[in-house]
Design a protein around this ligand. Structure first.
Ligand SMILES: Cc1cc2nc3c(=O)[nH]c(=O)nc-3n(C[C@H](O)[C@H](O)[C@H](O)COP(=O)(O)OP(=O)(O)OC[C@H]3O[C@@H](n4cnc5c(N)ncnc54)[C@H](O)[C@@H]3O)c2cc1C
Length: 414
């Protein structure tokens, strides 16, 4: 097949590495370059706020592939190298050392970067952000010394870092303007379950307030909140969300709106240029709108999907959004995408921390989250994808298998 062609992937993380793997497994035998700004082999980020951060695992366990994989597959891995421009007219990329490379197909898998906290003292020594393996290692070393940490933001990263820091014995205060942790995605009712989980583990939650300033002479000494409190602190971890890394796409003139706009086969507005993972705002056939998903499973699956599109074998990417989180001894998986809902139905007692929550619009499930209950993702996703009208009493009853709620003879969800 097309051995005189060159395909280039920008961003050597999960989406990029899985795309490279798929290009080879699908038979592409031309030149294949995987270019990444970080000096590390492509790695997975979820452990960076969990086991790796707590010092329970080593760097190698985060790698997407073993070191030898890239050479074996004939994938030219360029690490510590940044692509500084894309010229779609001449189908070229330029690296930070001035090298220009022509492509036949280009994949942008440039991911996301943490949003900065714009307050006085936000750049003091001892203010940590968490996105990279090096960043996790620096924080891991800081956790070893113990002390008091203020976690800014009670979203997924903040909540997981708070849990890991508590598990390492630190004194932890979480500050967030929301009324409960994880409120943006889970809503107040389910988020309050997480408030109890954190409180029960001794994490102090200051909710409904923001950060006014971080203070200290030389390094972090205290944090002031917008409601006038002062929290003595040895260091701060900021987790206030991420923004897609769209600068290359903007400079190249691609359509960008909350990420790189791509169609349902992950093609951008420019010929032969694709995007996948955290940076891609992809048209989703099920939701009939663009959806940008900042989660592991999306990078894992969109990378291969984009690779197939690069080979002219694309199909619509219609997987439902899915993510997982681990905090203390509480593991969860969430499927679907619910911006608004009418009410939440629980299967099992939330107080037991073994339950499934369903977000409903009318009698349709739009999202489901299983907490310390496993092997139910497939039926939850089918309830959503097949737009099943559910009987709420059966939905709430753990004695009724979820599969029984799905009408016979309907298809399955990938
Ligand atoms: C601490 C942490 C914990 C997480 N935990 C979970 C979890 O529990 N569950 C879950 O579902 N998701 C989790 N996620 C989210 C998940 O890790 C991301 O969705 C995933 O990493 C996205 O992968 P990606 O390949 O799209 O982008 P990224 O992982 O962001 O990688 C993009 C890469 O592109 C490189 N790059 C950018 N611009 C250029 C350029 N111009 N030239 C060269 N290289 C460039 C970057 O340096 C980076 O290495 C977590 C994320 C973090 C940070």
């Amino acid at each position: 097949m097309s051995s005189d062609q060159t395909h280039i992937i920008v961003g050597a993380s999960l989406a990029g590495a899985k795309a490279a793997e798929t290009l080879r497994s699908e038979g592409f035998d031309g030149r294949l370059l995987l270019i990444g700004a970080e000096d590390e082999l492509p790695y997975e980020r979820p452990p960076l706020s969990k086991d790796y951060l707590r010092g329970e695992t080593e760097r190698e366990t985060t790698y997407v592939h073993e070191e030898g994989f890239y050479a074996e597959q004939g994938i030219e891995l360029h690490l510590g190298r940044r692509v500084v421009s894309v010229r779609t007219q001449s189908a070229e990329v330029e690296l930070d050392d001035g090298t220009r490379l022509r492509y036949d197909r280009l994949l942008l898998a440039t991911g996301a970067r943490p949003r900065r906290l714009a307050v006085p003292g936000g750049d003091l020594d001892g203010v940590f952000y968490l996105r990279t393996l090096d960043g996790s290692e620096a924080l891991r070393e800081r956790l070893v010394h113990g002390g008091r940490v203020v976690v800014v933001g009670a979203g997924w990263i903040g909540a997981e870092v708070a849990a890991s820091a508590r598990q390492r014995g630190l004194e932890v205060t979480v500050v967030d303007p929301a009324s409960v942790p994880l409120e943006r995605v889970l809503g107040a009712e389910v988020g309050s379950i997480y408030r109890h989980i954190h409180a029960d583990h001794g994490t102090r939650l200051l909710l409904g307030t923001g950060i006014e300033a971080i203070e200290g002479s030389g390094g972090v000494e205290r944090v002031r909140t917008t409601d006038g409190r002062t929290i003595e602190s040895d260091f701060v971890v900021v987790g206030v969300g991420v923004e897609p890394r769209t600068e290359l796409a903007i400079q190249a003139g691609l359509s960008v709106d909350n990420g790189i706009l791509v169609d349902d086969q992950l093609a951008t507005s420019a010929p032969d240029v694709f995007a996948a993972g955290d940076v891609a705002n992809a048209f989703h056939p099920f939701y009939r709108e663009h959806v940008r998903v900042e989660h592991w499973a999306n990078a894992l699956n969109q990378g291969p999907a984009a690779a197939r599109s690069m080979l002219g074998r694309g199909v619509a990417y219609d997987r439902l959004p899915y993510f997982f989180s681990d905090q203390y001894e509480v593991g969860m998986e969430y499927s679907g995408y619910a911006r608004t809902w009418d009410h939440v139905v629980f299967r099992g007692d939330p107080a037991s921390r073994e339950f499934v929550a369903f977000w409903l619009v009318g009698d349709h499930v739009v999202a489901g989250m299983n907490v310390n209950v496993w092997d139910v993702t497939a039926p939850i996703q089918r309830l959503i994808a097949e737009r099943v009208a559910v009987d709420e009493r059966k939905l709430a009853n753990p004695e009724v298998a979820l599969e029984e709620l799905i009408p016979q003879g309907t298809g399955s969800v990938t």
